[in-house]
Write a protein that binds this ligand. Structure first.
Ligand SMILES: *[C@@H]1O[C@H](CO)[C@@H](O)[C@H](O)[C@H]1NC(C)=O
Ligand SMILES: *[C@@H]1O[C@H](CO)[C@@H](O)[C@H](O)[C@H]1NC(C)=O
Ligand SMILES: *[C@@H]1O[C@H](CO)[C@@H](O)[C@H](O)[C@H]1NC(C)=O
Ligand SMILES: *[C@@H]1O[C@H](CO)[C@@H](O)[C@H](O)[C@H]1NC(C)=O
Ligand SMILES: [Zn+2]
Length: 547
């Protein structure tokens, strides 16, 4: 039974004759009993017609409203008990038989005929929701959604349904609101347009249960990592919004990525500004009848990103960290991020990724030791969880795929935790080993003094080789300690523990005096760097995973 009250009658009457569908009538009557929307709309129509039919007869329908509170309460989900007398379906039938009496020989046939007649008598596509709360939110829509989700083989616990409606629905809603506003305020049903139940909300109330059913019990909730979107368009009435551009030019500014300036938000803004009189001058009230329903676009599925972190080793001096492209041309066949990402994307069946790391090494630098922390955002993963064993196997697949890189501590992390990698990056220390060449011949005694240098502060002007992408500045950086290992008269290994962000190559060769002091000055000879390895990146994230 409908949770409507006597005072709703004139409004129901007015809305029905304006061409509103039954669910839109309920919306404008501020009915927030979800169950009322879940009934087949044809059935609701019969009940509404019976309801106002009775009103015409001056018959009291107080019983209909028996359980309805003064203000419809959102959390009030009870179904109003059916009144004992004169069920509305019968009422509708009686009405019909008045207009065109069906052959009475068979009661069932009569009922069927009445049913057919009712369908014919239906007011057609709703002038307000353009069919969205009619046949577009039934089982076939739920089936369409369920099929799409199954076809894409997503793994998820719950889903959230989102719906995108054509912007002109706001214009039609406004027109309809103006149509009944006076009566509604008189009856203190709704003092504000916002009191009316939204199309979107009613749509979800109807569809959520149907989707749950089609998907074998999956909970459709209001917040979920997995979102299924349905979009409706209605080209026939797109022009409904156009007059607003003349009343509020400021509201409609061309934006990137949008096909039309008449976005829902812009239309809502323009409607807030326009006076009732002006609106009524430009737009029909109630809105004009459309010839067809909205068309529903492809169902879109999107799973929120999953974040994966770990540490990588790079054992190769011809591998850039990210794809190296100069003037649109690729310079190296692979990269650290691609070697890691390929198996990860496959495992999570993800559409794409976004790679970040705690600093980066040059293409000719190896990263040894425990490796460099990295994290990846996996976009639209169709799978969002891996067991520990599966994670280990994924790590093994990456390790096996190439000798150039290895990963460890691979794990799923939260978006928030990812920030830990970047925070305080400059304060962290990194350890390096450089193979140094000297112009002047050396003996091990010549370099021994370097081992005693502690906390040497360098002033590093932005290196020439990175000037094209980093601002020119002088950055102070600290070399905490150094150690040397003599190799031959022109070579030695230099171990360094430095503040993150120190340019090691520039410290060794001096970068034409742009880094001061530098190793050439310390040793009083030209020095150059032949090889560089990162020995450790001292960031205690992500947590290590015991084997
Ligand atoms: C709605 O119901 C809730 C819980 O039953 C109650 O706390 C609230 O006061 C009610 N509001 C109205 C307007 O009746
Ligand atoms: C990748 O990450 C950057 C920085 O966090 C962000 O600005 C960008 O939007 C991300 N890209 C995608 C496709 O998510
Ligand atoms: C992958 O290689 C790294 C570095 O050698 C190692 O620490 C890790 O245990 C390996 N993981 C697996 C699963 O093979
Ligand atoms: C990795 O390689 C080892 C040694 O060849 C092999 O035993 C193992 O099955 C491989 N693992 C994966 C996941 O490919
Ligand atoms: Zn409607």
């Amino acid at each position: 039974m409908l949770p409507l009250k006597e005072k709703d009658k004139p409004i129901v009457q007015k809305l029905l004759s304006a061409g509103c569908c039954p669910r839109c009538v309920l919306r404008f009557c501020c009915v927030s009993v979800q169950a009322a929307y879940r009934k087949p709309h044809q059935e609701t129509l019969k009940e509404l017609q019976a309801f106002i039919g009775n009103a015409e007869n001056g018959k009291s329908q107080d019983s209909v409203a028996a359980d309805s509170t003064e203000e419809n309460n959102k959390s009030h989900d009870a179904v109003v008990p059916e009144p004992a007398d004169d069920p509305p379906s019968k009422r509708a039938k009686l009405e019909l038989s008045r207009t065109e009496a069906p052959p009475e020989e068979d009661a069932a046939a009569a009922a069927a005929a009445a049913e057919d007649k009712l369908k014919e008598a239906e007011p057609g596509v709703c002038v307000v929701c353009l069919g969205i709360l009619q046949d577009l939110c039934g089982t076939s829509q739920a089936v369409k959604i369920a099929e799409k989700v199954k076809e894409e083989k997503y793994e998820f616990d719950t889903l959230v349904l989102s719906v995108s409606l054509p912007a002109q629905l706001c214009v039609r809603e406004h027109s309809c609101w103006l149509h009944v506003k006076k009566e509604m305020r008189e009856k203190s049903m709704a003092v504000d347009k916002d009191d009316v139940v939204q199309v979107k909300e009613a749509f979800k109330w109807v569809l959520q249960g149907l989707v749950t059913k089609e998907m074998g019990g999956v909970a459709v909730v209001t917040r979920s990592l997995f979102e299924v979107s349905v979009e409706f368009t209605h080209p026939e009435t797109d022009a409904d919004c156009h007059f607003l551009a003349t009343t509020c030019a400021d509201c409609f500014r061309p934006t990137k990525n949008k096909q039309s300036v008449f976005t829902r938000m812009a239309v809502v803004k323009a409607l807030e500004k326009i006076s009732d009189a002006k609106f009524l001058k430009h737009y029909a009230c109630p809105p004009a009848k459309p010839t067809c329903s909205c068309s529903s676009q492809d169902v879109q599925c999107l799973h929120q990103s999953v974040f994966v972190a770990g540490r990588y080793n790079k054992f190769c001096r011809t591998l850039p960290q990210t794809p190296w492209v100069i003037d649109g041309e690729r310079r190296m066949e692979s990269s650290v991020e691609e070697l890691i990402a390929a198996p990860v994307l496959t495992s999570f069946r993800s559409d794409g990724f976004n790679f970040s790391s705690s600093g980066r090494e040059d293409v000719d630098v190896r990263t040894l030791g425990n490796g460099r922390p990295f994290a990846m955002e996996l976009l639209n993963p169709h799978r969002s969880r891996l067991s520990r064993a599966e994670m280990k196997q994924l790590q093994e697949t990456i390790n096996n795929s190439s000798d150039k890189i290895k990963v460890r501590d691979l794990q799923i992390v939260s978006r928030e935790a990812m920030g830990r990698m970047k925070e305080g990056e400059e304060d962290k220390t990194k350890s390096y080993t450089a193979l140094v060449w000297t112009l002047k011949p050396i003996q091990s005694e010549d370099i021994a003094f370097i081992d005693d240098i502690k906390d040497l502060t360098l002033d590093q002007k932005t290196p020439l080789r990175v000037l094209h992408r980093r601002a020119l500045a002088v950055r102070p950086r600290v070399v905490h300690s150094m150690s040397t290992r003599f190799l031959d008269s022109h070579h030695f290994y230099l171990g360094m523990k430095t503040q993150a962000g120190t340019y090691i190559k520039e410290f060794v060769h001096g970068d034409f005096g742009r880094t001061k002091p530098n190793l050439c000055e310390l040793l009083n000879t030209d020095t150059d760097i032949l090889e560089l390895d990162v020995e450790s990146v001292d960031v205690d994230w992500p947590p290590s995973i015991p084997e």
